[in-house]
Write a new protein. Sequence first.
Length: 439
Amino acid sequence: MTEPTTLSDDPGESRIQGRQRAASQRGGLVRRRRILIGVIGGTLALTGVGAAAAALLKSPAQVAAETAAPAPDVLTAPVEKRVLSASLVTRGKVVASQRVEVLSAGLTGPDTVRPVVTKVHVKPGDVVKPGSVLAEVAGRPVLALSGALPAYRNLVSGASGQDVVQLQQALAVLGRSRGSDKAGTFGPGTQEAVRSLYKAAGYTPPTGEVEKSAPSAKDGKPGETPAKSPGKPAPVATAVGLPAAEVAYVSKGPIRVESVDAVVGASAGEKLLTLTAGSLVVQGALEVYQKESVRPDQKVEIFAETTGGRAVGTVTSVGPAPAPVAKDAAAAPAFVVNVRPDAALPAEFAGQNVRLTIRAAASKDEVLVVPAAAVSSAADGRTMLTVVSSGGKQTRLEIRPGMAGDGYVEVTPVDGTLTAGTRVVIGMGQAPAAPGGKP
C-alpha cells in the first residue's frame, strides 16, 4: 500500500518539493507546445503541396487556352516629317593612276639552271622608294625606278630613244648624272650611273659585249670601208647594260605594293608582284538600272570591311565598263562609276575591295514620309494608305507618292489631310502575348 503524501514539517524540504513540481509543470508545457508547432508545420507543408499540385495540374481546356496563338492585330507605323535621302549601295575597288605587274621573264643569269625566287624585299601595303630592290630571282634583282613608260627592251651601249631619256631622268632623281652623254643616248656617262645604282643596291651591274663603232672615213681613204682581218671576229668591248627585266618603272607619286605572288624558294611564276602609284581613287560597278540615279558631284561613303577604314568621296564620272573577257561576261557590270576621295586615302586602302554608299538623291526640304510597306494600290490604280484613328478606326486615304529612299516613300494626300505622328497600317501581325502566356 502506498503511503499518503504528507507535508513535511521541514521548511527547506518543502521549498525543494515546490521547485520540483514547478519544473515538472514547465516540462509538460514545453512538450505540448512542440507538439502543437509540429502539427501546424505539417499542415502548412500539406497546404503548399496542394497549391503546387493545383498550379501544375490543368484541365485540357485550360492548357489549350494558354497555348493558343494570340489574336491577330494590325502593325502600324507613324507618319514622319524629315529630309528624305535615297542611297545606292554597290561595290568598288581602290586603284591608283598607274598599275604595274612585275614579271619574272628574263630574270636569269648565264649560269642559271632554274629561275628560283631567292629574295622578296617587300610585302603588300609597303610604300617603296625609287631605287629600291623589290625582289630577286636567281640572284638578279628587280629595281623600282620613276617613269611612266614600261621597259620594253634591253639597253646597251650606244642605244638611243625615249626610253633612254626616261632612264636618265630616273637616275637624275637618285642623284646620278649621265655625265657628258647626250639626252637619250646610252653612253659611258649613263653606263657609269647605272653601275653606281647597282653598286648601291649591292649587286654586280649587268654587262654585255657590243661591237666597237666602225672607223670613220678619216681613219682611211675617203670612201673606203676598212677591211676586217681575215678569220678574226669583229672587235668587241665589255660595257654596262640594263636588261628590261631588271627594272620596273612606276610613275611619280608614292609607290605602293598591291600584292606579292613571289615566294622565296619557289620557282618564279609569270608574275612576281604588283605595284601601284599615284593618287588613290575608287572604281565602282553599276548595273544598267542604277546608272540613271548616279551623277557627278554626288557624295559617296567609302568603307573597307577588311581594315574598318572609312572615307568620303565625290562621284567624278560614270561611263561604260570595259569589254569583259568571255568567261566573265555574264557577271561584268555595265557601267563604271569613278570616285575621287575628298582627302588622300591611306596606303592601307590600296587594292581594297570596298563598299560604296552613293547618296543618289535627297529632298530639298522636310517632307511627309511613310514606310514603303504602308503604300498599296487600289483596284482602280490609285495609290492608298490605311490610316488608323486614335479609336482604332481604319480609313483609306488616297495619296500621291514622291521620291523613295532607304525604305521610305514621300507621300502627299490627294484628298484630306495627313500629319506627322498619324498611324498608318504597314501589315498584319500577332498581338503580343501577355505575361503568363495569356493573350
